[in-house]
Ligand binder design. Sequence first.
Ligand code: ADP
Length: 574
Amino acid sequence: MKILGNRAFRWALLMIGLFAIIALTTMNVLSLYDLRNSMVEGEEERRVDQLDEINDSIRNQIIDPLRGISSIELETIESSIQHSGQLPENINEVLTRSSASPFFTDIYFSPDGTDPCVEGTEIYRYDPENNQIVATKEYPKLVCDGAGIARTKTKIQLNDFNYRWNNNFEFDTHRSLNLGLINLNENSLIGILTLILDEDYIINEVFPPYLNNYFGDSSETGVVVWIRDWADDSILATNDSTVAYDNDIIDHRMRFSGSGFFDNWSLNLAFLESPVSNAYNATLVKNLFVLGFAMLFLTGSLIFMFVTAQRERQLAQTQANFLANVTHELKTPLAVMQAAGENISDGRVTEPKRLKQYGDHIYNESIRLKGMIEKLLDVARVDSGQNLTKAAPYRIHELMKSYLEENRQYIERKGFEVKFSSGDEEAFIEVDKDNIETILSNLTENAIKYSKDEKYIEYQISSNDKHVYLSISDHGVGIPKREQKNIFKKFYRVENSDTTSSKVKGHGLGLSIVKNMIELNGGTIDVKSNPGQGTTFIVRFPKLNRESGPSNTSLDNDDQVSDNDNLKEHTENV
Ligand code: ADP
């Protein structure tokens, strides 16, 4: 318990708590960012992988009918051509399959030594209806025009068999597939199979469904893909024709890979404002907001708890001091009275002069005791809410006058010059007369207590349309600015001045009682003060007029409105 009460320990706990909140929040924010990045990156990688999938899938579809070619024996091809002028049966099967594929329009066979691109050269065309090759001198010019850029010499093995594609043969990449049939034993070329690709079919029938299935509507997926002939600088297909192709917005670019065909076609991918990343961003913002709010809330609560605990500790301390003070203050006059009374009752004091002196002591101390008890009762009443006001309309000038009539002598006896000026003798307020007396006497007591050489108190009354002002000024020690907001708090006393509790008696209750009572009567209190120059307390009450004032209050006091005419006269002035 002792350690918990330790101030340094509490501060340490507060700091650890704040540090923990900040550290946890930072960690959370960082991990949220990590999560977002990995999710967005993951999504982007997935899209790039899809380009590979499309590439492989189309390539496989094209090559598919040719796969069986691996089981063909070279000798058979050569002898078959020599003897019957036809390709062997097993090659014909492959060609039948190939010619059924929508990817190919025609299939040609050029034996070694013939160049189909030289006019008039006789080669063979595969006729699928009769399942045989037919001699022809017609060869598609397209394949020979040299426009294809990939005059490459690519060597690809199919199914680990040593027939090679395009070996030692110049070809046009996206217009034909060329299969060089090579006799590896003799290292000689037998002939070349040329399968003419149906470019229109690939561009119009193959690409669009792929792009749509994988990348769909770019406003939903946030991805646009263009298949582009970069040699021609033309777009062959896209999933969103509303977005113009632009080199600068491309995030990922790849060529159709493998086999050497489609070499001048590329796949280009751009990430627009992706709904996925938008959604992640929105979640991130939401999470950050909640996190920020939670952090603020936690920090606020922690600080609130800390401040409350500090305040309670201070309050407990102040109340303990107050109790000690009160006990002391009550005991002192009692002790004086007891001693004086004892001396008289014992008959030790008989001399009339001394008897009077003892009597005076008892009288003065009992007055002090009474004042003290009244103040405590005021606090108790205000605290318990029992201070019910018995409000009635009064002329404030009269209230002030009657207070001074009763107390002027007492104040002057203390050496004070009293001044009273009234700017409005007719202003009415609706208050509890006893409360006003308590308020005035507390403020007067303070002016007396906190004045030094210049003993002067001035009471002033003024008013405007709505309010009546009562000010009490002294030329005393004054109150530092930073303390002024605290002086109305219960038990609060200004420390570190030359009028602190050690020098001037008090319990820090007077102004708290004053403020509470003024508020109970519908008013407010303000203070204006400069250290060393003096203090003015300004009390403000609502001005009473005919409409708001009770017209028929039972009147039992001189100062109270004596008749309706009086009130009428006052309100007319207003
Ligand atoms: P107390 O006078 O018993 O200490 P109060 O509640 O009446 O308690 O006043 C609170 C504090 O405000 C005082 O301790 C004093 O420092 C300061 N104070 C009040 N009235 C005056 C005044 N007229 N001049 C200077 N200081 C004042």
